[in-house]
Design a protein around this ligand. Structure first.
Ligand code: DQA
Length: 141
């Protein structure tokens, strides 16, 4: 089974960026743990700070993998293009947010992605990525 994990802008700074909100672990470290936890899954990881690059990647990988775990970060709240890219591909997508976007600023309550995905996990920290993978894995069994 192939699953793509896709992170949006500023998530390359995880671990040093606002650690009181996003924690102190880098995504690379967390990803190593994920790969060890799911040795049977081919996990690919992509991060970009650029909206069009994310659209290109979703268009490409969305026809190749069995599922996508997507944290569009701030583009969640602004990008119709990323929402449209998600709608355009056959792979099921789970939207993940590390923080609870509903408990923060008003503008974070709007997602251009949520209506296009299978479901959303928000506020469970990095554990949300693991839970999303478990869900996508259950679709294959
Ligand atoms: C985020 C929440 C977004 O509102 C924010 O812009 C991010 C990260 C999260 O994972 O909690 O960059 O998607």
């Amino acid at each position: 089974m192939k699953i793509a994990v896709i992170n949006g802008p500023n998530l390359n700074l995880l671990g040093v960026r606002e650690p009181e909100i996003y924690g102190r672990e880098s995504f690379e470290d967390y990803l190593n743990g994920l790969k060890a936890r799911f040795p049977e899954i081919e996990l690919t990881y992509y991060q970009s700070n650029i909206e069009g690059e994310m659209v290109d990647y979703i268009q490409k990988t969305g026809f190749e993998v069995d599922g996508i775990v997507l944290n569009p970060a701030s583009y969640t709240h602004t990008s119709v293009a990323i929402g449209d890219a998600v709608a355009a591909v056959p792979a099921p997508v789970v939207e993940v947010h590390i923080s609870n976007v509903h408990a923060r600023e008003e503008f974070r309550k709007l997602s251009h992605v949520s209506a296009q995905v299978s479901g959303t996990i928000t506020g469970l920290g990095l554990k949300g990525y693991e839970l999303a993978i478990l869900y996508l894995q259950s679709l294959k069994k």
